[in-house]
Write a protein that binds this ligand. Structure first.
Ligand code: SAM
Length: 240
């Protein structure tokens, strides 16, 4: 009788533990080699009313965000699964919104801006009327939430924040310190064609962000992302 109760107890424990494992496995929580990138879309429309036939002219420059997506995820024969790209959209409609693309689950991503614009339009449609703190799933790997820069930082609790800016220490002089920063969850912050405003710079300062430069020139946001990820590849793969 005692043996049977012990067996029953063991079965129950195994059953409960199996759920815990599934929960931990499915939890989209912290993982140490993830690179978070934030692009601030100062005027990016926050409702889906833009034309895919004229993205630059009708969307508050969502074309910059589409190219950033391309740069953040697309390799010649694959997707960068270790990247999470956050697009902060503050333009007309229903601001502020954050669309997050998670490389682990991303699907339907093609190199052209039009189809990427269509994915963002679907996410914006799903995000209509969202309340602060709510996250809505869109197509695979894409979610939308209501929130601004500070909300993102507080929600995600990043270990390090790096502000990409042309007037700063050269990334090539910082490979060693960057290597140790990359062991933890790090957020890289970039502006769009307008840049990063003074209020956001104050937030960056408040959270102790480090400033890093990629080039002596002022570059386009999407080009910065390619250079940044290339530098990270070189560090992580010891490609000297
Ligand atoms: C087109 S630039 C912004 C230009 C904007 N008119 C300004 O003066 O800030 C877009 C973003 O790319 C990043 N960026 C541009 N050049 C960079 C560089 N050389 N090093 C690091 N980040 C850079 C910055 O985050 C910048 O906000």
């Amino acid at each position: 009788m005692e043996t049977i109760s012990l067996l029953l107890l063991a079965t129950q424990i195994v059953y409960i533990l199996s759920f815990c494992t599934i929960k931990v496995y499915l939890c989209p929580c912290r993982s140490d080699d993830v690179k978070h990138i934030l692009v601030i879309g100062n005027r990016a429309l926050t409702t889906p009313e833009f034309s895919l036939n004229d993205i630059p002219g009708t969307s508050g420059r969502i074309d910059i965000l589409c190219r950033s997506i391309n740069s953040a995820f697309l390799l010649s024969h694959g997707i960068r699964r270790d990247v999470r790209l956050h697009l902060l959209m503050r333009g007309e409609g229903d601001p502020p919104k954050i669309i997050t693309l998670d490389g682990r689950y991303l699907r339907h991503l093609n190199p052209d801006e039009r189809s990427t614009g269509a994915l963002l339009r679907i996410a914006l449609k799903k995000g209509v009327g969202l309340k602060r703190g709510m996250v809505q799933r869109s197509t695979p790997g894409i979610t939308i939430r209501r929130g601004d820069f500070r909300d993102l930082i507080e929600d995600e609790n990043f270990d390090n924040i790096i502000y990409l800016h042309e007037m700063a220490s050269d990334i090539r002089e910082m490979h060693e310190s960057l290597e140790s920063l990359l062991q933890k969850e790090t957020l890289f912050v970039l502006g769009d064609h307008i840049g990063v405003n003074a209020d956001d710079e104050k937030i960056l300062e408040e959270f102790g962000a480090q400033k890093i430069s990629l080039s002596p020139n002022v570059l386009h946001t999407d080009h910065c992302i390619i250079i940044l990820l290339n530098e990270i590849d070189r560090i992580e793969l010891k490609y000297d």
